[in-house]
Design a protein around this ligand. Structure first.
Ligand code: ADP
Ligand code: NA
Length: 330
């Protein structure tokens, strides 16, 4: 052991997800009854921070909830996430997702940003929060300028940066994005196509052809050649591009025990595990640029964890603990 200690910071969203089970989604002017109601803690920042913690990583979340979101903050703490920097604001309710679900598997979602957009942080605040942080994890459910400011500051101080551009930023935002500050990009097959189209300024990407998309993205003049790209493909597994290796690498999805119950949160589970695995590699003293073999091993673990997540209902609740993942890999 090298004795290096790692610490992850997630600057991201915290939502309350409210699920209404309905026969069909509501139409304009209509009032309908729902047959079942569930309320769960969500938000990509919160889910991914919970996954880092479940995977054994030391992690703090920076974000905000309203008074109505204290229970979610408490739940995150029980998951092992440090929540001292999750503010409870008085001016806004907690971010919300109102989700209608039908038996046919359709869904409709209304989002409200709420407290996720209520924090104001000066450059000095950001610098203070990043002190001692070895790994930074970002999504796109908070103000764009905040995400970019964290990324630039983190890279400047030598922190490993990981970005999951979900939901997809606008073309304008992507054109101005500081790719050179990014170590790892995490996307799914739709996001990589959208990203390539945005950088190209016209429709060039075929969603059905992620292999071609990852090749084109990683060599794109507007992209940075130093970024590691990981593209999840649902049941088809994962594609990766590493700067030191010319050809993309493919890792299959985990074999499931039983059927797919709920794919919600599989991507967030994968992302949190990836960061925790990068932290472990760092602690083992692996160089910043993993070898092909190291990366394949890391991604196999993440795919196993995400596979276990789809076997169970829910997002945060279905993230497996590291020991359970290890057992399945034996
Ligand atoms: P997102 O939810 O972000 O679109 P994906 O659907 O690509 O993410 O899923 C993320 C990862 O979860 C996949 O790379 C895979 O490892 C795992 N996964 C998702 N769906 C399945 C499935 N049906 N069977 C096995 N693994 C799955
Ligand atoms: Na999913």
């Amino acid at each position: 052991m090298s004795g290096i200690k790692t610490r992850c910071l997630v600057r991201g969203s915290i939502n309350v997800d409210e699920f209404f089970h309905v026969k069909e989604v509501v139409r304009p002017g209509e009032t309908i009854a729902s047959t079942q109601f569930e309320r769960r803690g969500g938000g990509k920042g919160a889910n991914q921070a919970a996954a880092v913690a479940r995977a054994g990583g030391s992690v703090a979340l920076v974000g905000a909830v309203g008074e109505d979101g204290r229970w979610h903050r408490d739940d995150l703490e029980k998951f092992g996430v440090s929540v001292d920097q999750v503010s409870v604001v008085q001016t806004e309710p907690t971010g919300r997702a109102i989700i209608q679900l039908t038996p046919a598997g359709e869904n409709c979602i209304i989002l409200y940003k709420g407290a996720n957009f209520a924090l104001t942080e000066s450059p000095a605040d950001i610098q203070a929060r990043l002190t001692g942080i070895t790994h930074l994890l970002l999504q796109n459910e908070i103000p764009w300028d905040t995400t970019v400011a964290y990324l630039i500051q983190a890279h400047k101080q030598g922190t490993v940066t990981v970005f999951n551009p979900s939901p997809m930023p606008s073309d304008e935002q992507l054109h101005g994005f500081p790719w050179a500050s990014l170590s790892w990009l995490l996307v799914n097959e739709v996001e990589i196509a959208d990203l390539l189209n945005a950088l190209e300024g016209k429709h060039v990407a075929d969603i059905q052809d992620p292999l071609s998309n990852i090749r084109k993205l990683s060599t794109h003049p507007r992209f940075s050649p130093a970024v590691n790209v990981v593209c999840t493909l649902g049941a088809s597994g994962v594609l990766m591009h590493m700067p030191s290796i010319p050809e993309p690498i493919k890792v299959p999805a985990a074999k499931l025990q039983g059927t797919v119950r709920d794919t919600t949160g599989a991507g967030d589970c994968f992302t949190g595990y990836l960061v925790a695995e990068l932290m472990r590699a760092h602690e083992r003293g692996a160089s910043a640029q993993l070898s092909r073999e190291e990366l394949v091993n890391v991604v196999k673990r993440c795919a196993q964890a995400a596979g276990m997540c789809v076997e169970k209902r829910g997002a945060m609740e279905s993230i497996p603990a590291r020991e359970e993942v290890e057992k399945r890999l034996l």
